[in-house]
Ligand binder design. Sequence first.
Ligand SMILES: Cc1ncc(COP(=O)(O)O)c(C=O)c1O
Length: 389
Amino acid sequence: MSAMNIYLDYAATTPVDPRVAEVMAVYNTDKFGNPSSPHGFGQEALEAVEYGRKTLASFLNAKPNEIVFTGGGSESDNMAIKGTCETRWDKGGHLITTAIEHHAVLHTCEFMAKRGFDLTVLPVGSDGIVDPDDVKKAIRRDTILITVMHANNEVGTIQPIKEIGHIAQEASIPFHTDSVQTFGHLPIDVQEMNIDMLALSAHKLYGPKGIGIFFIKEGTPFIPLIHGGAQEAGRRSSTLNVPGIVGLAEAARLAHTSLESEHKTIAKLRDRLLNFLLSEIKQVHLNGHRTRRLANNINVSIDYVEGESLLASLDMEGISASSGSACSSGSDEPSHVLTALGLTTEEARGSLRISLGRFTTEQDIVRVESVLPEIVTRLRDLTPFGRNA
Ligand SMILES: Cc1ncc(COP(=O)(O)O)c(C=O)c1O
């Protein structure tokens, strides 16, 4: 990508921070040992892994032995759900989740429902927030897991995780949260928030792709999905991705040294662009809660405009954004998140997600402001209703 190109899709993935890449490089070449090997090369790699584990545990207020390295967010979500169901294979049980989860959670829960587990999928309000009371009411005697995401990847809404965790704890039900969009962006304290299991992924916080964490609180019932060499205390076999772990730990360290200041800078740029969109273009609606949302997230529906056409036009201007979850793009279905918020198919199809990040500049925002109104007018002119908008 040339310097002219503007990346505004940080919720899909982030570039590896050059400082992270630098720290990782040596673990691909000189310090390439297998941490399970007892010799010097192995021990050197093991030291880096354990340092990473300790660092990451400290940012979650967890114990190092509660951190299991995985291949990313989807794997960690699967481990939480299938690993819990596996402990009750013969007896069955009831799962509670929400309608706006990432497919890594939703499809996994639906898969388990096909295997005989009962599933409650809770609705959300039109602002995209889950009501903790609904969670409480959904609990049954045979509920074995509650899984609610920390913040949504499409509309950025932040859920009342602490309250939901408290409800789960009172009922002695394991609570899992998908923190893929929040770790490194919002403070997380697994003890204070009553979290038993948590998924996170390095590529959303300027770390490499294909590495993540499954946090599991000591004593939480769980059966591993991947058997083999019994790495990670038997919880996830496979040779450890040492450069990935080192990269994730460094990415987390960098994120936590500037968590608040970065949050402020990004929110300021986000608010500027959001206010522009809402005031300078007619018939634009914000999706998701106005304030209880990730600092970098804008999700709007623009009447009489197809999101896909809008994205293509922005792309021609060198601006990369999204009209929903990158993971489900290519499908014709409107976003399950936006429909859960009560949007019509048309409104959902007219959605635009702009997600800012560490390397977004004011000039980037100025450029979007300078091209977007014209693109919207041109696209609206193609439709009879749009022309009169
Ligand atoms: C909320 C959420 N959960 C899970 C995932 C999947 O993570 P990964 O790409 O590391 O498998 C994503 C990625 O888009 C996400 O946004």
